[in-house]
Design a protein around this ligand. Structure first.
Ligand SMILES: NC(=O)c1ccc[n+]([C@@H]2O[C@H](COP(=O)([O-])OP(=O)(O)OC[C@H]3O[C@@H](n4cnc5c(N)ncnc54)[C@H](OP(=O)(O)O)[C@@H]3O)[C@@H](O)[C@H]2O)c1
Length: 510
């Protein structure tokens, strides 16, 4: 039985490795430490694959290592490695944020893709080590929690896809455990006494037991964490109040004259409709897009109705472009409203879609809004008086087999919004979960476009977003159908998952 564990050099990964060694498994242990520094009874040249999971080539490197060892089947792949960050979102350095997204989310997705043939050959199982935090708003761990929520979202959708190939997918949600992680991420020991948490050995042995006993999709480790996760999933204002840092929410600032909306992805679709509608509502617009031609068309339409719009050309997949956008916005009129709307997808079977196209979705839909928000918070351009709108997706409620990486990014974004709404400074957050919308985006990624006429017009979505911004709402599901599907997805997630699979994934064919 071949078992691969990432992050096996310390904490829960190391303890799981010890348990599986006692059980006689054939181990592949992945870590970034030099072999000479590790326990020689566990780590040897044939069991240890040294790879830095923060390196974009890591997945390929591990797959090549396995091939060189002659390993052609994998019974269990445990994505355990992770890094954290403790502190205000505004203080997290850009490089650290990018590293965290890579280690906690991008590499696990890429490694899953690279090792699928080996897992399929063994009819194996993939385990994602998430956290109970992924269901909670966490002011001091906003990015970490968002990466874990994104991983949950990926697992939820890809689980339905991989079942066809006989590969099982499970997500484990441990609570706080007494490992080195807390010290590594900079939590002062005065702040948190981790000696009162369960030991790494105890948590790891519970995790191994669960992995062996059940293939249930999501399992929280221990009774207390089960309760905490359910409370987090139910959500609601009291929970968010309880998780808040700092004092009361700042009142809205007296809008600069005129109010200024910065919108990403204005070249078409919902972004263009928002630019037009917000301009009618009196906002001057700054539109960010890589498609300058489309942005110019939007600008012409805004000007035609008497509005003002500037364009900032930028490729949001490129962190250097985002840094330039932050600098430009810091030098210009202060935004009163920041709308993270830009999004791309990659639709089809996860296993068959090129991984590069799928990872670009992570960069544009997830890393970019986090980087842009962090940069603007750090520059003081976004503060407790700014309104931030995150365009997530109805997939947050219903899953999206056929676009598992897209679903991951939209769950991650929703989680980030929940945490940011409890952080310091605390911008006013609105998260929008649009269902199918009649845009070029939907046409591009739908398997057959058979229901185009039932999709909501982007102008209607924009109308509802602007009304929600004006009334200070926190959450918006535009339209009755989206509300109904969200309810069904919450009450009967398994049923809805299968319905989504039939409606989307199965239409992409075998
Ligand atoms: N401890 C908790 O309270 C807790 C609670 C909920 C969930 N979790 C989750 O449980 C899992 C294990 O955490 P832990 O508490 O055992 O933490 P840990 O002791 O810090 O272990 C994390 C492991 O990931 C490895 N890792 C980090 N960055 C890497 C990189 N770039 N390349 C290769 N390996 C890398 C670490 O290697 P180094 O030794 O080189 O740093 C370490 O082996 C994580 O997914 C964590 O999010 C932990």
């Amino acid at each position: 039985m071949h078992i691969l564990i990432t992050g096996a050099t310390s904490g829960l990964g190391l303890e799981m490795a010890r348990i599986y060694q006692q059980k006689g498994a054939s181990l592949v242990l992945v870590g970034r430490q030099p072999l000479a520094q590790l326990d020689p009874t566990l780590f040897t040249p044939t069991t240890y694959c040294r790879a830095d999971l923060g390196d974009p080539e890591a997945a390929e490197q591990i797959a090549t290592w396995l091939a060189a060892q002659g390993i052609q089947t994998l019974d269990l792949l445990i994505h355990n490695a992770a890094v954290g960050y403790y502190g205000r979102p505004a203080d997290q350095p850009t490089g650290h944020l990018l590293q965290m997204v890579q280690v906690n989310l991008t590499t696990p997705i890429a490694l899953t893709h690279a090792l699928l043939p080996l897992l399929t050959a063994a009819q194996g199982k993939i385990v994602f080590v998430s956290s109970v935090a992924s269901a909670l708003p966490t002011a001091d761990y906003a990015t970490y929690t968002a990466t874990k929520a994104a991983l949950d979202g990926f697992a939820r959708s890809v689980r339905l896809e991989l079942a066809q190939a006989g590969v099982r997918v499970q997500t484990l949600h441990p609570g706080a455990a007494n490992t080195g992680m807390h010290a590594k991420i900079g939590i002062p020991p005065t702040q948190m006494d981790w000696n009162r948490f369960p030991t790494a050995e105890a948590t790891a042995s519970q995790m191994v037991r669960i992995i062996q006993r059940t293939d249930k999709g999501n399992v929280a480790i221990g009774l207390g964490n089960k309760v905490l996760r359910q409370v987090g999933l139910l959500g609601g204002t009291p929970l968010e109040w309880a998780m808040r840092r700092g004092g009361r929410t700042m009142p809205p600032s007296t809008p600069t004259s005129p109010a200024h909306a910065v919108i990403t992805g204005v070249a078409e679709g919902i972004g263009r409709a928002l630019a037009l509608r917000l301009s009618q509502a009196g906002y001057r617009i700054t539109g960010i897009d890589v498609n300058v031609g489309g942005a110019v068309e939007t600008q012409a339409a805004v000007r035609q109705q008497g509005g003002e719009m500037a364009i900032l050309p930028a490729d949001l997949a490129n962190p250097a472009d985002i840094a330039r956008v932050v600098q430009t916005l810091a030098e210009g009129p202060r935004p009163t409203l920041l709308v993270h709307n830009a999004g791309i997808s990659a639709a089809g079977h996860f296993a068959r879609l090129p991984i590069a196209a799928q990872l670009k979705v992570v960069a544009v839909n997830f890393s970019a809004p986090l980087l842009l928000t962090t940069g603007l918070l750090a520059a003081g351009v976004v503060d407790g008086q700014t309104q931030v709108v995150l365009i997530s997706s109805l997939s947050h409620y219903v899953g999206y087999p056929g676009a598992a990486v897209y679903a991951a990014t939209k769950d991650g974004l929703a989680s980030y919004g929940r945490s940011l709404a409890t952080a310091v400074p605390r911008p006013r957050l609105l998260t929008v979960y649009p269902g199918p919308t009649r845009t070029a985006h939907a046409r591009r990624y739908s398997p057959d476009n058979s229901r185009e006429q039932t999709r909501m017009a982007p102008e209607m979505v924009a109308e509802q977003v602007v009304a929600a911004v004006q009334s200070g709402r926190r959450r918006l599901l535009p339209g009755t159908a989206a509300k109904l599907f969200a309810l069904l997805g919450t009450l009967a997630p398994t049923l809805m998952g299968h319905a989504m699979k039939r409606a989307i994934l199965d239409k992409f064919g075998e």
